[in-house]
Design a protein around this ligand. Sequence first.
Ligand code: NAD
Length: 448
Amino acid sequence: MNDIMQRLRHSYISGLTRPLSWRLQQLSQLEQLLNEHEQALLDALQSDLGKSAAEGWLSEIGFLQSDLRHTRKHLKRWMKPKRVGQPLLTAPGRSYIYPEPLGVVLIMGAWNYPLQLLLSPLIAALAAGNCAIVKPSELAPKTAELLARLLPDYLANEAVQVITGGADVAAALLEQRFDHIFYTGGGRVGRIVMSAAAQHLTPVTLELGGKSPAVVLSDADLQTSARRIAWGKWLNAGQTCIAPDYVLVAAEVHDRFVQALVDAITELYGDTPREAEDYGRIVNTAHWQRLVNYLDDGTIASGGEHDKDERFLAPTVLTQVSPESPVMQEEIFGPILPIIAVPNLAEAIHFIRERDKPLALYGFSASAHSLQQLTEQTHAGSQCNNDTLMFMLNPALPFGGVGPSGMGSYHGKFGFDTFSHQKALMHRPFWFDPKFRYPPYTTFKQKL
Ligand code: NAD
């Protein structure tokens, strides 16, 4: 690892990664990799997570391709030093904000979107002119192996290295001195990453998780809300960091909403989701067992079927759930959706505010005023009204958590900024050099 670090640092210092042309070339190489190995990547996702080709394309490969297009289109402008104003005190002169790369960065991915969560930060890191070590998650082994094989064929090896392995490898990596660490995963390891980074005063971006609530008010279009919640929840079998974790629904429409949700599940996955091509599997047996244990925490209104050999767990709706039960204390990160009735918006807001700041918050209502109250009176990494997940497809929006759901953000220009230092740059001419700024401060003393 020391050798790899030295090699990357040497490349960085040599200036290799600085020119726009180099950055653009690396990004097009990445695009070529995605195009030429689309099928192999989809197969790896299928093998790791039972992801259908359509889902794998939509949520991973297609996402990355549009990220690449957006970055390549705007990169020249993002890199340009931005001229800013100059107060009289510092005139004459010119001031700029000059984005400079950070150096050698570490990117650690999570297993649930093993391609997107590793390569999207890499796109941002390369665009910003950095060298990078990428560490795929060991829990999606087929994707990790494939990336470790393909990336060196497409990207400059002296600037990008893939290191595979588990917690021990990650721990060894974290002992190195990086210029930035970008970590995606759970809060437990997030704490390990942050304390390791503190030893070198390395800044971190932590893309973590948590319990993202959906609030459904009585004036919402219940059918559309249910369909959109079902889509966001059961994509990737619920293993999405911004999936709605639980629903707070207005008591007066509770039963109608639950029915609409059950109907939506049938609409999306048919009567036997186990046979649905577009329904995924749980990543491993340990996670499957953890999820099956939650089934006892409420009344199963729909779903509940499970099979260990297949790591299958049906889309499940739980009602009569106590807020104190494990399913409401821990991030579910799987296909179980608890529904809790609340009397009104104020109670829903109170419920959310009593808990950790979530990564995402979803409000469903026909009332702009109610949705505004939800925005103003809660905290969340992101909020999306009357839909789920869609906000992450807009590269003009930052993606990241707040408090226990993370720190820092990326996507589009926000990713470029995360991997850049905004250097203050001032130019002053020699020709104007009045004496009053220098001691002895006679001019000022006369005024005192
Ligand atoms: P994971 O197990 O894949 O771990 C993430 C990374 O941490 C991996 O690279 C892994 O090798 C490394 N790691 C594991 N143990 C370690 C240790 N002891 N020391 C150092 N490194 C270690 O992922 P996970 O934590 O199971 O991911 C699920 C969590 O991630 C959920 O909470 C989810 O909400 C969150 N998540 C967040 C985002 C986001 O964008 N905010 C995206 C996906 C997942």
